[in-house]
Design a protein around this ligand. Structure first.
Ligand code: ADP
Ligand code: TRP
Length: 323
């Protein structure tokens, strides 16, 4: 049987260049393996822990879906779906709540972090890792690629699966986590990690004029135009290097070192590069985002596949529990 790769991305905003380079493109690359089948989903139920506005949620779900589709995720040979389209996940959530020790959730550092930062500390934030365990265990997933920040959640999933299996007999596949290397931490316009929460992100699907405004807002030092500049400390150069070919990087580096080349020029080169390498994806994204019925068809197709698999697993669980 093919190995099942599964990962979710929260619909808590529009995906930015950091999400695309750090999570989405590596996942799409992984999904190309011939001996694996991928389950990629939009975690819109998880987003309810922080986002309460329905219109906003829909907008973000559509933007996330359009991004994966525009970047070429193959939904024919894999499953791409919206978490809330699989009602079994909330059913399993109750069962697994009753197998999750309270202290394990109380000790989760992501809950501790969030409960210190957020004004609305709701029970959904507390049980967040159990719903995540359900996302994974409901499809007999073997491999879960995630960022390092999600490692503890994966450990919780494995603990819940082990303890259910030990108490009730072999039921769940215990998944392995695959931690993405932190090597590619994409800086935002202010040099910190690019993140929705820091408002320093680059949305590559913006109309050209707006994209230009964002690129022009990247922070630089005050070295005068005529003087040589240090590419190694410049955010514009760093972003350019993450996207460009070896020759393009070398050519920009030489312009920095030669002097007579301003940060405005460098920003224009970065803008042209983004417009050039993401030309097709930008077109595709804008077509898809306007075609609500295509988006819905894609998500329904994914939901159908995911529900079929989930049904088998939920039946297995219910029979073990005597329901
Ligand atoms: P944000 O920080 O914008 O809220 P998320 O936490 O929702 O982003 O991240 C979704 C995924 O994108 C994560 O798996 C994370 O590994 C990846 N990611 C987010 N920001 C970056 C970044 N600046 N560089 C590399 N990867 C990132
Ligand atoms: N919690 C993950 C994040 O914020 C998203 C997520 C939800 C997920 N369910 C999942 C990731 C299941 C992997 C597997 O990034």
């Amino acid at each position: 049987m093919k190995k099942r790769i599964l990962t979710g991305i929260q619909s808590s905003g529009k995906p930015h260049l950091g999400n695309i380079l750090g999570a989405i493109l590596p996942a799409i690359e992984l999904s190309k393996s011939k001996d694996a089948e991928s389950f990629f989903f939009i975690a819109d139920l998880h987003s309810l822990t922080t986002i309460k506005d329905g219109k906003e949620r829909k907008e973000f779900v559509n933007a996330v879906a359009a991004t994966w589709l525009a970047l070429g995720f193959d939904t024919q040979n894999n499953s791409f779906y919206r978490q809330s389209d699989i009602p079994y996940v909330t059913e399993l959530n109750w069962y697994l709540n009753c197998f999750t020790p309270f202290p394990m959730l109380a000790n989760a550092h992501s809950f501790k972090d969030k409960s210190e930062k957020l004004a609305d500390v709701n029970a959904g934030l507390f049980t967040y890792p159990v719903l995540m365990a359900c996302d994974i265990l409901l499809y007999d997933a073997n491999l879960v690629p995630v960022g390092r920040d999600q490692l503890q959640h994966l450990e919780i999933t494995r603990d819940i699966a082990h303890s259910f299996n030990a108490k009730m007999g072999e039921t769940f596949v215990v998944p392995e986590s695959q931690i993405r290397q932190d090597g590619m931490l994409i800086p935002g316009t202010d040099g910190q990690k690019m993140s929705k929460s820091y408002h320093n992100y680059i949305d590559i699907f913006l109309p050209e004029k707006e994209l230009k405004k964002v690129i022009l807002s990247i922070q630089t030092d005050s070295t005068p135009l005529e003087e040589p500049k240090n590419p190694d400390t410049c955010i514009v150069f760093k972003l350019f290097s993450l996207l460009a070919s070896h020759e393009q990087i070398l050519s920009l580096k030489n312009k920095y070192l030669a002097g007579g080349f301003g940060y405005g020029h460098a920003k224009n080169e970065l803008l042209s590069l983004i417009l050039d390498i993401y030309k097709d994806e930008r077109l595709k994204f804008n077509q898809i985002i306007l075609d609500e019925s295509y988006l819905q068809r894609e998500l329904e197709k994914g939901a159908l596949k995911a529900n079929t698999i989930a049904e088998v697993v939920i039946k297995r669980v219910k029979s073990k529990l005597g329901f």
